[in-house]
Write a new protein. Structure first.
Length: 168
């Protein structure tokens, strides 16, 4: 009985020393470049979700409200789909820091209420990031091209459509 107890304690002690996929001689993965895209709610049934995708096409989707899938799911896109998604967003990527198109902000202008929003964050392996927040109720006459590009960008990732579901 004593030997079983000692063996059990030794196994428990060793189990805490290593995580799955890690161990001697195995590098710990470091997250590199990524783009995160998150929608905000509206007055109605707008899909609310977030996803992050990396240049190799690996990604994570989280359905929050009014999506076909709720909760977190992994997905895999092709690298060229990632590049198409990134290219659709590239013209609106801030050079540095954050840019906000939101009610009460100078870039917004006239506002229509109860509209959804989108927030895009570009992260690089070197540690810097850029962020764009866009409220779809901001003056569409001045921002129509940006609104369309931001809203249609996920179409470059067809793997997301079954997770998001029908969009209004």
């Amino acid at each position: 009985m004593r030997n079983w107890a000692i063996a059990g304690l030794a196994m428990l002690a060793l189990a805490g020393c290593s995580k799955h996929g890690e161990g001697p001689g195995r590098p710990v993965p470091v997250e590199g470049d990524s783009i995160s895209y998150e929608t905000g709610p509206c007055f109605g049934a707008c899909p609310v979700y977030a996803f992050t995708i990396r240049p190799d096409g690996s990604g994570t989707f989280t359905g929050k409200r009014f999506t076909a899938v709720l909760g977190e799911r992994s997905f895999q896109a092709r690298p060229e789909q990632y590049r198409a998604f990134a290219a659709a967003l590239a013209p609106y990527r801030p050079a540095t820091g954050a840019v906000r198109y939101a009610q009460g902000e100078p870039l917004c202008g006239q506002v229509v209420t109860d509209m959804p929003s989108v927030e895009v964050t570009w992260r690089r392996a070197v540690g810097d990031s850029q962020n764009l927040y866009y409220y779809y109720g901001c003056d569409r006459r001045k921002n129509q091209a940006m609104a369309d590009a931001l809203g249609n960008a996920p179409d470059a990732l067809p793997q997301l459509m079954p997770l998001i579901g029908e969009r209004p």
